[in-house]
Each structure stands twice: as C-alpha cells, then as structure tokens.
Ligand binder design. Structure first.
Ligand code: UGA
Length: 365
C-alpha cells in the first residue's frame, strides 16, 4: 500500500453526532487526510475544506461517488444510519434501507479495495434480555439474575433476542444484525478487514436535536428531556420509565475509536462493546437527575415544577413499539485487546452534556 493511501480515510456519516466528534479528534490528533460524506453538514459547518479534509454531500448509496473515495482509503469509518426509535415504528422501510440495503454495496467495495472497515453497529442488536423474554412467558419460571455481572452482554457469546416481526421496533436491530453478519461473512470468505463497534447510548453536545427548534418528531431520550427542560415542558416516561440504559460520555467513546485506529491489526476481525457499565440508570432515575443538574446550571429554574408523566410506548412511538429492558455492556474484551476504559461517571457525563446543550441553544452564555 502506498504511503498516501496508508494515511487516508473515508468517513461515511461524518456530520452526525458521533461522526462530528470523531472527525474533530482525528483532524486534531493524527495526520490522516479525510474524505467526509454526509447529506448535510450543520454540526461541522466550522470545518472548512482543506488539504486535510474534503466534504462530499452525497448519499452512501451513490456508488459512483463513493467508490473512488474507498479506492484511495486504507480505512473506512461507517456511521451513516437512521438510528432513532421513532423512525423504527413510523418509517421502517427507510430504516432497513439505510441500515442494510444501502450499506451492503459499501461492504462489498471495502473488501474489493482492501480497506479496513470500522463499522458502527448498535447495542440494540442484543434486543431484550433473556430474563424479560422468559418473564413474558408466564408458563416458565425463571430466576432473575442477582448480580449486575450476570446481566452483562458479551460480544462473542450473548444471544441476540429480538421481538416478533410485527413489532416494527426491531426492524433496526434486525437490519443491523444482518449487516454485521454480512461483514463477518466477507471477513471469513473474502478477507475483509473489519472492526465492529456496538455503542451503548453515547451522549454529549450535538446529540440529536430539540423538537420545534431544529427538528421534528421524537429524538432519543436525552434530547427529549433537554427539550422539555429548556421549554418548561413535560418529561415523558415511556411505560413508566423502568427500562434501563448505560449512558456513555461521547469523549470516552471517541477515545475508544482513536485507540482502535492506533491498533488496527489488534482490532481486526473483532466486535467491541463501547459503553460504560458503571453508568446505568432507569429512565425514571435519568429524569430526576437531569432535573436536579439542570437546576444547578440554571438556578432561576429551581422554582419550576417540571412535570413528569407516564405514557405508553404505543402512545409515544406508535403501534409496534417494544423496548430493550436492560443492556449492560461487558467491556472486558475492549479492555483486554485495546486497553480502553471509560473515565466519566454518570454525573460528569450528564452535566457536560446538559451544559453543551445549554450553550448550543444559547440558554447559557
Ligand atoms: C436508541 C437506538 O435505537 C440505538 O441504536 C442506539 O444504540 C441507542 O439509541 C443509543 O443512543 O446508543 P434507545 O436506547 O432505545 O436506542 O434510545 P432512546 O430513544 O434514548 O430511549 C431510551 C429509553 O428512554 C427507552 O426506554 C425509551 O422508551 C425511553 N424514553 C425515550 C422515555 O422514557 N422518554 C422519552 O421522552 C424518550
């Protein structure tokens, strides 16, 4: 491989929430030159084209535009995806197209051009826990795991347990799973070099959007709650807010990607959970902590009673909504192979993210 290609990478989805953070770090901390692909570039409007970075406003399905970029790259980072649960129940065709159909030719081309593909999959691929599945079936007794470690999800051994096909919520996880299987198959039969990342609820500045300000519909939970806090609205707890997530600081997540980029040979052929198992909260707990931290940052809001209301998943997301009840990453593998460990506890992570939103939407000077 020639030296220019060795230090050149393509980022598909370079202006999304995760992509924009990774792009900034790669530009600041490495000598890679980058071709960035996205449909719009609001989050990276301040990054001009230069001898290090070229932006391409094209769809990943436009193979005439994409293939020449892959041909000159040693690494491809793929982040382009529709990954918002509201879309899974409302626009499932677009979700499957974006997460599988459009990406399939990219996988094939990466194998043909011998690029190392760093592909962003999802923690949602694990679906429901075995416990919740068995508990659904009242005929079968089951023992609830007693320790957090027993709930942990492992990249190479955990079962992937999705709900029924009529529950469209799972169309995204199913599309992501088939794409992961495609990547692994290309690795097995056609020598594709790959690393698959399964992100666990990354949060930070620039995540999603605020409904009514810079987008419509329903963003993910952190942005929903920020919208309610900034607009003195209501925080909705879907199905009581008892489901749990591990929230991961975006800067910790970017550290993981940088360490993978520095160790491509060690991460080749691996699937990694990237998440913070220490930062687990129920959504109900998340609402309470965000209201408190928001009050600390905006003391004038302390007298505001932020209403919290329970809604059903069907009311909130539409017919066909189901949920992952609990997802805790095992990070033993990424610690062992890459040496990455998340640093930010839940309070720091949430405070930074809330502060970032307040600055971005000019609620804080
Ligand atoms: C979503 C995507 O589907 C995953 O691909 C992605 O990995 C994940 O986000 C992520 O950010 O990493 P999910 O965790 O279900 O998965 O996304 P959220 O929309 O943030 O929902 C989290 C929980 O909050 C769910 O139980 C949801 O029902 C609940 N929720 C959401 C509320 O209770 N209130 C709201 O206003 C919004």
């Amino acid at each position: 491989m020639n030296a220019t290609r060795e230090k050149h990478l393509t980022m598909l989805g370079c202006a999304g929430f995760i992509g924009s953070h990774i792009l900034r770090r790669i530009l600041a901390a490495t000598s890679y030159t980058i071709d960035g692909v996205d449909l719009e570039r609001t989050r990276i409007a301040d990054i001009d084209n230069s001898d290090r970075f070229t932006f391409h406003r094209v769809d990943v399905a436009d193979s005439k535009a994409i293939e020449p970029l892959l041909e000159k790259s040693s690494v491809v980072i793929s982040l382009a995806a529709l990954c918002n649960p509201y879309l899974y129940t409302n626009s499932p065709v677009a979700v499957i197209e974006s997460n599988f159909t459009k990406m399939y030719p990219v996988i094939e081309a990466c194998s043909r051009y011998q690029c190392h593909l760093i592909h962003f999959s999802t923690s949602e691929i694990y679906g429901k826990t075995v416990y919740s599945q068995i508990a659904c079936n009242k005929q079968i007794a089951c023992n609830k795991p007693e320790t957090t470690a027993e709930w942990e999800l492992h990249e190479d051994t955990s079962a992937l347990l999705l709900g029924p096909v009529q529950a469209q919520r799972w169309c995204y996880a199913a599309a992501k799973q088939l794409l992961e299987r495609t990547i692994v198959a290309y690795g097995f039969e056609r020598n594709l070099a790959y690393t698959i990342i399964r992100p666990f609820n990354f949060i930070g500045p620039g995540m999603d959007y605020i409904p009514g300000i810079d987008g419509d519909g329903v963003p993910r939970v952190f942005a929903c709650f920020m919208g309610a806090l900034m607009n003195s609205g209501t925080l909705a707890l879907v199905d009581g807010g008892y489901n749990r997530r591990c929230f991961t600081d975006i800067d910790d997540a970017v550290d993981a990607i940088m360490m993978i980029l520095e160790n491509l040979s060690g991460s080749r052929g691996q699937i990694f959970n990237v998440g913070n198992p220490e930062n687990e909260l129920s959504i109900r707990e998340l609402a309470a902590i965000m209201i408190r931290l928001y009050g600390d940052l905006k003391p004038e809001s302390r007298n505001t009673e932020f209403p919290v209301k329970e809604v059903t998943g069907r009311e909130f997301y539409g017919e066909g909504y189901e949920d992952s009840d609990r997802r805790i990453p095992s990070i033993e593998k990424i610690i062992r192979i890459i040496g990455w460990k998340p640093q930010s506890g839940i309070e720091t992570t949430l405070k930074k993210a809330i502060e970032g939103f307040l600055k971005q939407y000019r609620f804080l000077q």
